[in-house]
Design a protein around this ligand. Structure first.
Ligand SMILES: Nc1ncnc2c1ncn2[C@@H]1O[C@H](COP(=O)(O)OP(=O)(O)OP(=O)(O)O)[C@@H](O)[C@H]1O
Length: 293
C-alpha cells in the first residue's frame, strides 16, 4: 500500500449501454494535496466521482483507497461478480458474498472518503445542526437499549456528535445559523454546510463536485481559503471538480484533465496551463463556453 498516494485509480472504465463515459482512466492522488479534475462539459468528471465514491459500479479497472491505515478496494466493497477462483477459496468466496449482501457506498465513506454533490443535496427541511448530526449517525452509539436507558456512553456520544457539529459549523462560518432550516440558507451557505456535513464523517479525502458553482467572487475566494484550511489544518486531501479555472489554478497542487472520457494531461497548474492538448480540448469545448486557462 502506498503511503504517498491516498487514491490510486487504474484503467477505470465506465460504460452506460453503448456510451463509453470513461476509457482507461489512470491517475493517483497524493495524500495531503489539493487536486482538481477538470475538462470540458461531458468529459466524464462526475462519472469518475461517482465511481470513486461508490455511486456507480465501474465497468472495469481498479480504485484503491489508502486510508485508515488500510487499503480498500472500492470496486470490491461494492460487491463484485464471482470469479472462478472463488469456488476453490472459501475465504474469498465468503468475502465476496459478504460484500454482495452488505456492501455499498456507505463502506467507501466508512473507509475514509466523503463527497459533496454538483446539485446540493442537503436535508432542507431539517435544521443546519440536524444535518450535521444525521451525518454522524454511523459513528454515534445508538443502540436502542442504551437510548432507552439513556446510558452514560449514549449521552457521551451524543455530546461528542454535537461538539463535532459545532466545531465544523465554526470552520465554515455558519455557527449563528445552527437552528435555521438548511433550505433557508443562501446558496453559498448551503455549499459550505455540505462541506461541513461531509467533514463530520471524518474523511481523509473529500471529493467536492463543483463547489464554486453559483458563488460570487468573494464567496469563491472564501471557499478557496476554506479548502486550504482543510488541507493545511486538518490533513484532509481534497479532490475537486471545478469549472472556475481561476480557482483551480490558484489552489491546486495537481490537476488531471479529462476529455471524452480519457485522461489527456496530468501535472501542476503551470504545466497544465501551457499544455497544447488541454488548450485544444477547451477551445474545442461547446460554443459559447467561457474558457480562460
Ligand atoms: N447515468 C448515466 N447514464 C447514461 N449516460 C451517462 C450517465 N452519467 C453520465 N453519462 C454520460 O457520460 C458522459 C460523461 O458525463 P459526466 O456527467 O461524467 O461529464 P462531466 O465531465 O461531469 O460534465 P459536466 O462538466 O457537464 O458536469 C456524458 O456523455 C454523459 O451523458
Amino acid at each position: 500500500m502506498s503511503q504517498e498516494n491516498i487514491l490510486e485509480v487504474e484503467n477505470l472504465v465506465m460504460h452506460f449501454g453503448g456510451i463509453k463515459a470513461l476509457n482507461d482512466v489512470t491517475f493517483n492522488i497524493k495524500r495531503g494535496s489539493v487536486s482538481a479534475l477538470i475538462g470540458p462539459n461531458g468529459a466524464g468528471k462526475t462519472t469518475v466521482f461517482n465511481c470513486l465514491t461508490g455511486f456507480y459500479k465501474a465497468t472495469g479497472g481498479s480504485i484503491l483507497l489508502n486510508a485508515g491505515n488500510k487499503q480498500t478496494s472500492v470496486v470490491k466493497v461494492l460487491g463484485e461478480k464471482f470469479k472462478g477462483s472463488d469456488f476453490i477459496n472459501p475465504a474469498a468466496f465468503a468475502e465476496r458474498v459478504k460484500y454482495k449482501m452488505f456492501g455499498g457506498s456507505h463502506l467507501v465513506n466508512r473507509a475514509g472518503l466523503a463527497r459533496t454533490f454538483q446539485n446540493i443535496r442537503l436535508f432542507k427541511e431539517m435544521s443546519v445542526i440536524e444535518n450535521l448530526l444525521v451525518a454522524q449517525h454511523m459513528s454515534v452509539q445508538r443502540s436502542m437499549i442504551s437510548g432507552i436507558l439513556n446510558t452514560a456512553s449514549f449521552k457521551n456520544s451524543e455530546e461528542a456528535a454535537l461538539r463535532k457539529a459545532f466545531y465544523w459549523l465554526e470552520v465554515v462560518h455558519l455557527t449563528e445559523f445552527a437552528n435555521r432550516l438548511a433550505g433557508e440558507l443562501s446558496y453559498g451557505q448551503q455549499r459550505r454546510l455540505e462541506i461541513a456535513r461531509s467533514m463530520c464523517t471524518n474523511p481523509e479525502i473529500i471529493c467536492l463536485d463543483e463547489p464554486a458553482a453559483g458563488l460570487n467572487p468573494s464567496e469563491t475566494e472564501a471557499l478557496a481559503s476554506m479548502i486550504r484550511v482543510l488541507r493545511d489544518e486538518h490533513n484532509t486531501t481534497v479532490l475537486l471538480i471545478e469549472h472556475d479555472m481561476g480557482m483551480v489554478m490558484n489552489i491546486s497542487d495537481y490537476i488531471v484533465v479529462l476529455d471524452h472520457g480519457e485522461v489527456i494531461a496530468k501535472g501542476g497548474p503551470d504545466d497544465i496551463k501551457s499544455n497544447p492538448k488541454v488548450i485544444a480540448a477547451y477551445l474545442g469545448a461547446e460554443e459559447g463556453e467561457e474558457v480562460s486557462l
